[in-house]
Write a new protein. Structure first.
Length: 279
């Protein structure tokens, strides 16, 4: 069985050498296929364990029903429209909070990073808020904004804002100085240097923060909906638990997992689109 040491130290041409030699990327596609195949095997094994462990009495099927019962409850919610209603509510809240974090955190983070005195002044304050759990502030948001949609969007905005902001600051501030010197030698203005050199170089780091924020948007919102909501995936999970609708509860949990995976894959695709030079 190959290990990490062999994988990382195996002699192979880099992408430029392959392109120069006209080598087709068969081995690369084969490696991706093998990773995909192993991942599918892992998912199938998990599904089999989930299906047969309750049936064999290894776990109490009242609390952990077989996967087939969960999928049946999931399908019934899809047919009735119940899942779509709750999913739509969660998606709207997450999208609004995440979008507001994007349009505010990236410009602010870039401005802070571009001016070192401002960065030195704001970093301690930002670190304080970054290490404050978003859910710890939920009662504050509810007191100020009420128990409606605004407080839920605000908690998502807070949870997404700081990962994007701090990664934007880090990405812009850590641009290779040689690139900036080259831009100055070429006579580029500060605005053009930022637009053509600094910001593109910071995009990979910024997308790291965006991916963290994408996961936080779902996690924090689900927890907030469990506390006070009349619709949403968090509400669906809590309602099902209180009414002992266990298969429906697990169906809601699976939906949140699938949603999180979809968001992560979408953000990875966007990162590849905007950072094409890295791949």
């Amino acid at each position: 069985m190959p290990d990490l040491l062999k994988e990382k130290t195996e002699a192979k041409p880099n992408p430029r050498q392959e392109a120069a030699a006209g080598v087709h990327h068969v081995s690369r596609f084969r490696g991706r296929f093998q990773r995909l195949w192993r991942g599918l095997i892992g998912i199938v094994l998990l599904a089999l364990i989930w299906e047969f462990a309750p049936r064999l009495g290894l776990v109490d099927r009242h609390f952990v029903p077989p996967l087939s019962e969960v999928l049946d409850a999931w399908w019934q919610m899809i047919r009735s429209g119940e899942l779509a209603t709750n999913l739509r509510a969660s998606l709207v809240r997450s999208a609004v909070g995440f979008g507001l974090a994007l349009v505010t955190a990236i410009p602010l983070g870039a401005a802070i990073a571009w001016y070192p005195p401002v960065r030195d002044l704001t970093t301690p304050v930002l670190e304080i808020f970054r290490n404050t759990a978003a859910l710890a502030l939920l009662p504050v948001f509810v007191l100020i904004l009420g128990i409606g949609e605004t407080s839920k969007i605000a908690i998502v905005l807070f949870a997404c804002f700081f990962p994007i902001l701090l990664n934007t600051i880090s990405g812009v501030a850590s641009v290779d100085p040689q690139l900036l010197r080259s831009a100055r030698v070429l006579g580029l203005s500060p605005v053009t240097t930022f637009r053509k050199v600094a910001f593109p170089a910071a995009v990979p780091t910024i997308f790291t923060g965006i991916r963290i924020a994408g996961a936080a948007a779902i996690l924090v919102l689900i927890a907030a909906e469990m506390i006070g909501a009349t619709a949403g995936l968090g509400y669906l999970i809590t309602y099902s638990q209180f009414n002992f609708l266990i298969p429906k509860m697990y169906a809601g949990i699976i939906t949140t997992s699938v949603l999180g995976l979809a968001i992560n894959f979408g953000l990875v695709a966007l990162e590849r689109r905007f950072s094409r030079w890295r791949y």
